[in-house]
Design a protein around this ligand. Sequence first.
Ligand code: SF4
Ligand code: SF4
Length: 83
Amino acid sequence: MPPVIDAAKCTACGTCAEICNSAIFVFERGTDARPRIKFPEECWHCEACVLDCPAGAIRLRLPLSYSLLYIDASTLHNRKEGL
Ligand code: SF4
Ligand code: SF4
């Protein structure tokens, strides 16, 4: 399932389009337009866009099989440090 962009939070910075290796997003720099999800079926739920979005505007909708094994990547650093 593709990521969902919260239009109220998105600042149209383009970071998500730059970092997504699967080129899910289409973004035209120099405009106020927010990214569009062009290839939703190509998302492999790596969560990079969620972690790198400076506005916290992206959330993922995980398929059931993913959600059963899901680990919030933002918590891994603290686990490694023993915090
Ligand atoms: S990284 Fe976040 S704020 Fe920037 S364009 Fe993408 S969704 Fe919008
Ligand atoms: S979760 Fe990964 S593959 Fe999916 S849109 Fe975000 S950066 Fe791209």
